[in-house]
Design a binder for this molecule. Structure first.
Ligand code: NAG
Ligand code: NAG
Ligand code: NAG
Ligand code: NAG
Ligand code: NAG
Ligand code: NAG
Ligand code: NAG
Ligand code: NAG
Ligand code: NAG
Ligand code: NAG
Length: 337
């Protein structure tokens, strides 16, 4: 933080002592926003000119800021695609201390050039429902503290950053989550079984990381899943034979470019909502089940680069069966043995 921000904060906190409590809270939000700006904007970035001290009284009308309630507290900060290129430092934390945006519900800072780490004290914003920080240059770990308190969080969008370390076990506490994408980062280690506790999860995307081990069986308990994307990791294991009874709403599975083995279970054909199945670049073996012909919604089937067999009439029956899938547009089965 620069010296000028510090003195600005001092000035603001002195002014607090002569305001009412409500006024104090609002001033606190203004200070928090100005602190955010000071960190977020650096040379060559978008200047956020509407955010300035002379208009601080009207911070609710600053670009990207939404206020709510009698006390006009900041509930949303939405500045996607703004070329913000400083350090991400959303000031949050103990509401009794300095500048805090702890009533925030929506944070959308996607598609900027923020660097730095995700602050652990973002977990103080206990009313957050949407955290959209995708497509930035954030690095470091995903702070485990985020899993402790954000019980209202529904969307966690962190794809295309440079995050490292393990996926925190505590994410499994975020029982309101419906959408998680951690894709295109450098997460490593195994997928924590606790993710299987997020019963309302509809979209799980962990693709393009360095995850290893077997996907925990608990994930197959996520019966609301519509999209399940684990492609481009180093995962191994088999698809459970009862997968067909696990995901009645599943539309997309992409497990491509991992080290999965075993056969494609016949029960896959019971995933009647399935539109996209991509298992390319693994070590799947055996025949492709001919029951796949029951997948009436199937549009894309990619089985390339495996060890699948079709060396006799029975092996090729799946092709005939697929002629039943009237929506099928893409079928790739090249590079098998
Ligand atoms: C402060 O913001 C107002 C609009 O909110 C703008 O008209 C004015 O030019 C800004 N002042 C500075 C110094 O950037
Ligand atoms: C929040 O955490 C950051 C670093 O992670 C720290 O610089 C900042 O002072 C903390 N804010 C509060 C209000 O605790
Ligand atoms: C969260 O939202 C509820 C309902 O809108 C409100 O009563 C509560 O004060 C908020 N909590 C925080 C920390 O802002
Ligand atoms: C954030 O803003 C982008 C661009 O306007 C939009 O596509 C996206 O849906 C928003 N994300 C969230 C989580 O609101
Ligand atoms: C990610 O981090 C690595 C190592 O610190 C660095 O070389 C790379 O440029 C970073 N990538 C992005 C997109 O920031
Ligand atoms: C969150 O998860 C961690 C790890 O699973 C657990 O130790 C902790 O008690 C949980 N916290 C809450 C508030 O449920
Ligand atoms: C799946 O859910 C069932 C019923 O809620 C539970 O008994 C079982 O332990 C769960 N399986 C895993 C692997 O978490
Ligand atoms: C599945 O993931 C791979 C990345 O490994 C990607 O190239 C492919 O387009 C995805 N499949 C489909 C059908 O979208
Ligand atoms: C598909 O579902 C039906 C009805 O639930 C069940 O009888 C059948 O055994 C399942 N097929 C496979 C291959 O699991
Ligand atoms: C083709 O579709 C019909 C009607 O949905 C179904 O009864 C039949 O079993 C399917 N044939 C194959 C080979 O899957």
């Amino acid at each position: 933080m620069s010296m000028s921000t510090v003195s600005l904060l001092l000035l603001l906190s002195i002014s607090l002592s002569i305001s009412s409590i409500a006024g104090a809270e609002a001033d606190n939000d203004a200070a928090a926003l100005l602190e955010f700006k000071a960190a977020a904007v650096s040379d060559g970035g978008y200047a956020l000119t509407s955010w300035n001290v002379s208009s601080a009284i009207g911070f609710c009308s600053w670009e990207g800021v939404t206020c709510e309630g009698k006390l006009q507290r900041v509930v949303a900060l939405s500045l996607p695609f703004h070329k913000l290129n400083g350090v991400y430092r959303c000031h949050t934390g103990n509401p009794r201390q300095s500048a805090v945006l702890y009533r925030l519900e929506t944070l959308n800072l996607s598609n900027n050039a923020f660097s730095g780490e995700i602050p652990a004290n973002l977990s103080s914003c206990t009313n957050l429902t949407t955290m959209g920080l995708q497509s930035n240059q954030l690095r470091g770990c995903l702070p485990p503290e985020l899993g402790d308190k954000l019980t209202h969080l529904r969307m966690l969008k962190l794809w295309k950053n440079n995050l490292t370390g393990a996926i925190p076990v505590s994410l499994g506490n975020l029982s309101s989550l419906t959408y998680v994408s951690l894709a295109f980062n450098r997460f490593e280690g195994t997928i924590p079984p606790s993710l299987g506790d997020i019963t309302g999860l509809r979209h799980l995307d962990l693709a393009y990381n360095h995850l290893s081990g077997e996907p925990p069986h608990s994930l197959y308990n996520l019966s609301s899943l519509e999209a399940f994307q684990l492609q481009d990791n180093m995962l191994h294991g088999e698809i459970p034979s009862d997968i067909g009874s696990r995901f009645p709403a599943l539309r997309i599975i992409n497990l491509s470019f991992n080290q999965f083995t075993g056969s494609i279970p016949e029960s896959v054909s019971n995933l009647t909502a399935l539109k996209l199945l991509d298992l390319a670049g693994n070590r799947f073996s055996g025949y492709v089940p001919r029951t796949m012909g029951r997948l009436a919604a199937l549009e894309t089937l990619v089985l390339s680069e495996n060890r699948l067999q079709a060396d006799d009439k029975e092996g090729w029956e799946f092709i005939t069966a697929l002629s039943n899938c009237s929506q099928l547009k893409i079928l790739l089965i090249n590079n098998n043995i």
